[in-house]
Design a protein around this ligand. Structure first.
Ligand code: CP3
Length: 354
């Protein structure tokens, strides 16, 4: 284990961790999903010379790209620069991340034989990511948390089955309903990979983890409960012993918030469609909420941005009165590539000033 791991007492003082665990943060914590990446000219300058996956497996580049938005915006957390398909690539799945498209899988997984042939993740194959975490913990300032992450089994499965991004997820749902045994075998294998990837980051000392089930909102409540929840529950349970906050997020999950609150996270991320106080009534008390400024409103000019930031904060305060244990300010999904980075900096200043 790294010497740079924070002691439990110091970790509890981080504003993000305090807000996630029912403590009193020294300031209102804010960070942005996809804060590292194409909204920043300094990121585009690095990527001009380095491929996406190449960057994800180079500890110095991961550290530098992860730090860029922290330096620029004074956010309360860094999110490890990586991608949800990095552990699949490390395990040996033939895939690429195509600019403007996302992950593309060379040989989609659609049969029992395909599932049986899926490689397992050996922790050594993501050693570069553990090394990047150690570099980051030395680099981050007081009060700045490092968030590790992984894709949840459903969102990973959707890429593997569809072969890339999808609008309707028809092949994914066909396998789920048509061959539940193969579906559950695949989800079990992906849960194992996700657990192994999170453990590498946790052993190296990340302060929190976020499980991204980005596309779970495509599912009905019944399908989520039957085919997805048991696997995500296992992932979250298997990392509970680390005693770091576990954040769980998906887009368009308004109808799933109740069950997402039951699978074992400490913090539930909410997209922009559901106000945070309504979200708490669905999630139930005893968990923190994260979110949920609509990322497209960052293009609407300073008056709208200020009004909406204040609204989200007021909703967050109502959420706490309704039983949430804390609020972490974020967007309702990731920063869009064309976003003016100065607008993000001003959002952080405003959140900290209220
Ligand atoms: O700043 C951060 O949030 C950390 C970095 C991060 C990336 N991907 C970098 C990235 C994180 C947390 C992810 C997770 C991820 N990857 C998710 C879950 C989060 C979410 O947004 O819902 C998903 C669904 C993916 C799959 C994926 N990878 C998509 C949809 C895309 C974007 C496709 C595009 O080009 O529009 C990627 C590529 C990707 N991942 C980029 C970055 C910075 C862009 C790559 C580039 O620079 O060309």
């Amino acid at each position: 284990m790294s010497e740079s791991i924070r002691s439990r007492a110091r970790r509890a003082d981080l504003p993000l961790v305090a807000a996630a665990t029912g403590g009193t943060p020294s300031r209102r914590p804010v960070w942005f999903m996809r804060q590292a990446g194409r909204s920043l000219p300094e990121y585009r300058a690095i990527r001009a010379d380095h491929g996406m996956l190449e960057s994800c497996f180079d500890p110095e580049l991961v550290c530098e790209i992860t730090m860029q938005p922290v330096r620029r915006h004074d956010v309360d957390a860094a999110i490890l620069f990586s991608d949800i398909v990095v552990p699949l690539k490390a395990a040996g799945v033939d895939l690429d991340i195509v600019a403007g498209t996302g992950p593309v899988i060379a040989e989609p997984v659609r049969s029992a034989a395909d599932v049986a042939a899926l490689p397992r993740l050996e922790p050594e194959s993501v050693g570069a990511i553990g090394r990047a975490v150690e570099l980051l913990l030395d680099e981050l300032g007081d009060g700045q948390a490092l968030i590790g992450f992984a894709g949840a089994p459903f969102t990973l499965a959707s890429y593997l089955i569809e072969g890339g991004p999808s609008r309707n997820y028809e092949r994914t749902k066909a396998l789920m309903h048509g061959d539940p045994d193969t579906w559950n075998a695949l989800m079990g294998r992906l849960a194992d990979i996700t657990i192994a990837f999170l453990r590498v980051q946790l052993d190296a000392g990340v302060d929190a983890v976020q499980l991204f089930d980005s596309w779970a909102g495509m599912l009905s409540d019944a399908d989520y409960r039957t085919y997805v929840a048991p696997h995500s529950r296992r992932v979250l349970a298997e990392v509970a012993a680390y005693e770091v906050p576990r954040i769980h997020f998906g887009v368009g999950t308004g109808e799933l918030l109740e069950v997402m609150g039951e699978v074992g996270a400490d913090v539930v991320g909410v997209d922009w469609r559901v106000p945070l106080d309504s979200a708490v009534r669905r999630i139930g008390p005893g968990k923190a909420v994260q979110g949920n400024l609509d990322p497209t409103l960052l293009f609407a000019g300073p008056t709208v941005v200020e009004r909406e930031v204040r609204r989200v904060i007021a909703d967050g305060e109502r959420a706490i009165r309704a039983g949430a244990t804390g609020h972490i300010f974020n967007l309702g999904h990731g920063v869009m590539p064309g976003t003016d980075p100065d607008v993000l900096t001003r959002v952080v200043e405003l959140v900290h000033s209220i």
